[in-house]
Structures are given as C-alpha cells and as structure tokens.
Design a binder for this molecule. Structure first.
Ligand code: PMT
Length: 220
C-alpha cells in the first residue's frame, strides 16, 4: 500500500477468537490466532490510519501503535465493537465469533462426580455482531466482514460466500476457506473479496500481511 493513504481514517478491527465460559476454569473456543486481524491492524496503522484493535484472546502480539481493547467472550466483543463503531470510518470483523454460548455459566467448576459418563451442554445463539453493525452503520461508514467456510469445492464455497454477503448486509465480505491447516492459525491465507452484490472484487493468496494490504486498498 501507499504510505499515508489512510491518514485521518479511523479503522476499528476485531481479531482473534472468542471464548464462551462454561464455568470459572473452562470455555468453548475456536482456533483463531488473531494473525489475520493483527496484520490488518498493523498494515492500516503503517498507512496512517488511526486504529482500534478489539482483541479476543490473541496468540500473537498486538502492534505497538494501535489502541488495543482486550475482550474475551462474544458479548464482550459486541460491547467493545459497538462502542468503538460510533467513531469509526471503517469497521472490519476479522474475529472468529462463537455462534453459540452455554445457556448458563456455572459459578463452580463442573465436576465429573456430579455429571457422570456423559455431559450434555445446552447452548443458546449469540447475536450476529457483524449484521448488527452493518444494519446500524452511519452514512459513509464502510463495514467489512469475513466468511470462514470449510467447503472444499470452489464453486460451492463461492455460493456460500454470496449467501453470507447477502445475509450480513456488509459492504465487503472476505471469503476464506478454513480447515485443519488452512485459514485459522496459518501464516498464509487465500481469499476472495465479494462486494454487496456478490461480485468478486479481489482474489489474493499469500501472507496474511499481503492479504491485509489488498483489503485495505479498497479503502484508499
Ligand atoms: O486469526 P487467524 O488465525 O489469523 O485466522 C483468521 C480467520 C480465519 C479467523 C479470519 O480470516 C476469518 O475468517 N475470520 C472470521 C471467522 C468467522 O467467524 O467467520 P464466520 O463465517 O463464522 O462469520 C462471518 C462473519 O460474521 C465474520 O466477520 C464474523 O466476525 C462475524 N460474526 C460471526 C458470528 C457472530 N455471532 N457474530 C459475528 O459478527
């Protein structure tokens, strides 16, 4: 990217994976390391943007020159994003957010002596943070979401991305295939960026930093 081309822009980025508590010592989580969101934050700051990074359980260090807001659960992330969104020109949701959380958080550690050989957890839906931010966006504010799908067939993968783009109502949706070794926690990423009509506007495969730079090119 061109140095300074995002000067004066306030960009709010979520990164990492949420943790939904079960009891004081356990959670339901996912394998997001935060690398893709952190690369976006680092690249945006290097290009002059004023960056807020809403960081959920990162496995990599946050960049030094950004305003970091630490969160853990989807509910925390929603509060932090909603607060930061009020001042944002651009919102990017790179975090992997739990779709469900345990219906109750136990005050004491769940004990196998009490539960026996099988333990059934009841989960309830979390709000869709991205869809909420997109629906509430101010005039001129740009909202970018991600779509993480395990579908192996490239055509079907694109279909899922298009459906998600329509459902979420964001300006751009970054579609990446994820799996045991791809997307989550990897060094590289392979993405297609869709606009709100589902047209492919960018196709890039490379380091998470190079993917970040191409996404930010949409803003300059
Ligand atoms: O962190 P890394 O290890 O570098 O991995 C990067 C990544 C694969 C996690 C990242 O590139 C990515 O795809 N992030 C989005 C993961 C995700 O939650 O995808 P999804 O298809 O389940 O959700 C779609 C979009 O809705 C995402 O922007 C997500 O942030 C958002 N969402 C999802 C559920 C929910 N309850 N609220 C949301 O806002």
């Amino acid at each position: 990217g061109t140095p300074g081309d995002l000067t004066g822009k306030r960009i709010v980025i979520s990164a990492g994976g949420t943790r939904e508590p079960l009891d004081p010592v356990r959670f339901l989580g996912n394998r997001s390391s935060g690398k893709q969101g952190v690369a976006l934050a680092e690249a945006a700051a290097a290009r002059g943007a004023d960056v807020v990074l809403v960081a959920a359980n990162l496995e990599v260090p946050a960049p030094a020159n950004v305003d970091v807001r630490l969160v853990s659960s989807a509910a925390d992330l929603e509060r932090a994003m909603t607060e930061a969104a009020a001042e944002a020109d651009v919102i990017i949701m790179a975090a992997a957010v739990a779709d469900y959380r345990p219906s109750e958080v136990r005050a004491e550690k769940i004990k196998k002596e009490d539960t026996g050989d099988t333990l059934v957890l009841t989960l309830v839906r979390n709000p869709d943070i991205l869809a909420g931010l997109a629906a509430a966006r101010k005039p001129g504010q740009i909202v970018i979401g991600f779509a993480a799908e395990t579908e192996a067939d490239p055509g079907l993968l694109l279909e899922l991305g298009r459906e998600k783009a329509a459902r979420k109502g964001c300006d751009y949706l970054v579609l990446n295939r994820v799996g045991w070794t791809e997307g989550f926690a990897s060094e590289r990423n392979e993405v297609r960026v869709l606009n709100r009509h589902g047209d492919i506007v960018i196709e890039v495969s490379g380091s998470k930093m190079s993917v970040a730079e191409r996404i930010l090119d949409l803003l300059s």
